[in-house]
Design a protein. Structure first.
Length: 224
């Protein structure tokens, strides 16, 4: 059978508030598996919940995946749009890119938190403009936005620039994380640091390797 004859069929179950009993989830997964589903896209952080006075016996053995951290600081899991999973609009492949960013940077310790989103096109279903780092695929490369946030003081991400390859995206995200290791402070958000520093200074440092001016070091100390 030619590849062009292969269609994608999808079923996106409405799970109100994203909460489902483990029994119902098992039933759903088993019935999807029975008719041939191979992968499922989970949106946001998946959390299993127990009630009791002690951590359940066998927890360490059962919890086989690296755990997400919900403490304030650190690099959170990449938020990914549907792109290759079940959307045909993506301008460049982005799923591997998102997974590589997770593989390299997830849970990197920072005093501040860092949210990253990847979107396959400008429709921005993963809301990259509301994240500290947002990546949007265009036909000719990847646009990088910086400084977006929701929370108490929402901010819209600003355009850092375009890069041509996945590797350049990964390297740029790495340099932003290194910047935040040095200059980020608890409760700071990247957008407010950039606003104080100036986007051009930040861009020159991240994109062109310009040194940071001494006088702006520790700029985030006074943030909220
Ligand atoms: S951002 Fe674009 S590629 Fe991603 S799910 Fe939305 S429409 Fe599809």
């Amino acid at each position: 059978m030619s590849r062009s004859a292969i269609k994608k069929f999808k079923y996106s179950p409405f799970i109100s508030a994203g909460v489902i009993s483990v029994d119902d989830l098992l039933t759903l997964v088993e019935s999807m598996k029975k008719i041939g589903a191979k992968n499922v896209k989970l949106t946001g952080e998946t959390v299993f919940v127990w009630e009791g006075t002690e951590k359940p016996e066998g927890f360490e053995k059962a919890a086989v995946y690296q755990a997400n951290q919900f403490k304030f600081g650190g690099v959170r899991p990449v938020k990914m749009c549907s792109a290759e999973t079940f959307c045909a609009n993506n301008k460049l492949p982005v799923l591997d890119l998102a997974m590589k960013i997770d593989e390299l940077y997830h849970n990197t310790h920072l005093e501040m938190k860092m949210l990253i989103a990847v979107a396959g096109c400008r429709r921005s279903c993963s809301e990259p403009s509301t994240k500290d780092v947002g990546i949007i695929a265009h036909p000719d490369g990847y646009q990088i936005l910086v400084g977006g946030a929701a929370g108490f003081k929402p901010m819209v991400g600003q355009n850092l620039g375009m890069v041509a390859t996945e590797q350049e995206v990964i390297d740029t995200v790495g340099r932003i994380i290194e910047f935040c290791k040095v200059h980020g402070r608890r409760s700071a958000r990247l957008g407010r640091i950039i606003n104080k520093l100036g986007l051009e200074t930040f861009r020159a440092h991240i994109m062109d390797g310009a040194p940071m001016p001494d006088e702006v070091l520790d700029i985030a100390d006074e943030e909220e």
